[in-house]
Design a protein around this ligand. Sequence first.
Ligand SMILES: Nc1ncnc2c1ncn2[C@@H]1O[C@@H]2COP(=O)(O)O[C@H]2[C@H]1O
Ligand SMILES: [Zn+2]
Length: 418
Amino acid sequence: MCLLLLPGDVRVRSQVGFESERRGSHPYLYVDFRGLVLAAPSTESVSPWGCRCCRPLSFQRRLAVSPSLLCPSSRLTLCFLDDDYAGQAKCMLRKVGSWDFDIFLFDRLTNGNSLATLTAHLFNQYGLIELFQLDVIKLYRFLVLIQEDYHSHNPYHNAVHAADVTQAMYCYLQEPQLSSSLTSCDILLGILAAATHDLDHPGVNQSFLIKTNHHLASLYQNTSVLENHHWRSAVGLLRQAGLLEHLPVEDRQNLEMRLGSLILATDISRQNEYLSQFRSHLDQDDLNLQNSAHRHLVLQMALKCADICNPCRPWELSKQWSGKVTEEFFNQGDIEKKHGLEVSPLCDRQLDTVPNIQTGFISYVVEPLFTEWRRFCSTPLSHTMLSHLGLNKAHWREESDPSNGTVHCAQQSCLQTM
Ligand SMILES: Nc1ncnc2c1ncn2[C@@H]1O[C@@H]2COP(=O)(O)O[C@H]2[C@H]1O
Ligand SMILES: [Zn+2]
């Protein structure tokens, strides 16, 4: 059984090629989805793999081009993978629940389509399409829309980060305590929230938006500005794709509200609020996963963990994320300097260093969260994550300049400004 829509699938490639020749420049899309072959005219739903205009092709072949409805200023390209790459990507998905899943490799093997591919796979794996009677074409359309709504030029807040968070979320959803109590609605929301939690991220933080009088800051009254925007963007794309339009209006509204509550929980400046609430439940040992409010809190905590789990990944993966997030911070600092604005904490490439930022972030933000998570979920995965975290912190400590101890304090105050 083929669980995955991969553009490299031989059937997909050959049928598109055939239709493409027969119909001139309007190829049909044929997608293998759980053994089902679907067809959709490209003029209606375009490529499930989205617009390549902003993203350089890696090492794969460009075989067909179709007009774009998603990106009118450019043309959509259907890129098909060599069978080798498709095979390797499919192979990787068999281990989608492994903590050492290499999302960077997966993104290359799917030609930059890790988010859409992974999310579609998880929808399939959980049977969400049948459970929620989803229209697969609308689902593809939605997945393409979200993938393309991430800014590919952001070093960190791009679709690969969203794919990484979605993969981590899947690992947490598989934890026995969660898998035995979550409803299919919780699972749908968990995956949707992970995939959309940073939609349309501009690559700068909230304090930058506030001090530059960005319209989003005034729209959301300087409160969880980015997270509100990610949520509203997600709702906009859900409605645009019509993915949930067949559901009763109250159910749809309820899903949208819960989605918002999950995404808003990723506001790192509010971490202590969520953490104290979670900690007090753990202290009183009163979390009851039959209670929907408690399950929702656990989902919020799971998403928060997934969002900042990169320092808990094996070193080779973790250090890549550290480099990317710092590059984005420093880019912001460069813009601030250029415009004579005060440089935000951690954003000064002349003063801040990757090792110092990492040791501070791990000690003050990541460790406290994952320590509580392990109290809740004392599983091999939780122990593995904390063990990587300790090793990675030791790596960064070795590399950090001992004379630069002030950065750790800066990191604490930075919880307010991230
Ligand atoms: N490895 C890291 N080092 C420093 N900050 C990080 C790291 N990973 C995530 N973050 C910050 O944590 C924030 C979590 O929410 P965001 O994804 O919006 O933005 C993230 C970054 O600002
Ligand atoms: Zn994020």
